[in-house]
Design a protein around this ligand. Structure first.
Ligand code: SF4
Ligand code: F3S
Length: 106
């Protein structure tokens, strides 16, 4: 499966959702996740993310491994998103900021 990681938080550009052929993405208040039960590893979303927040689980850096479980958990709770929308107005300011997990809204 592919996994959305920390740098998506408060950036949420949503370019990723448009390319997914099987509607994997689920939307929370300030983060998106991929449903691991739906992802077919097509690879299309990874290069679309301006925040470079999407990884194959096989390439996940050890520091981001907990995002695998977080994607699985939140995909069960959050609604599907299949169309791109405007990012938050301050998305660019948050792009690349460290330790954004503390800002995750559920
Ligand atoms: Fe969707 Fe493909 Fe990305 Fe999986 S790898 S979430 S199937 S676009
Ligand atoms: Fe997040 Fe990147 Fe998609 S910032 S919403 S994973 S395009």
């Amino acid at each position: 499966t592919y996994v959305v990681t920390e740098n998506c938080i408060k950036c949420k550009y949503t370019d990723c959702v448009e390319v997914c052929p099987v509607d994997c993405f689920h939307e929370g208040p300030n983060f998106l996740v991929i449903d691991p039960d739906e992802c077919i590893d097509c690879t299309l979303c990874e290069p679309e993310c301006p925040a470079e927040a999407i990884y194959s689980e096989d390439d996940l850096p050890p520091s981001m491994e907990h995002f695998l479980e977080l994607n699985a958990e939140l995909a069960q709770k959050w609604p599907l998103i299949t169309e791109k929308k405007d990012p938050p107005p301050d998305a660019e300011e948050w792009d690349g900021k460290p330790d954004k997990l503390q800002h995750l809204e559920r």
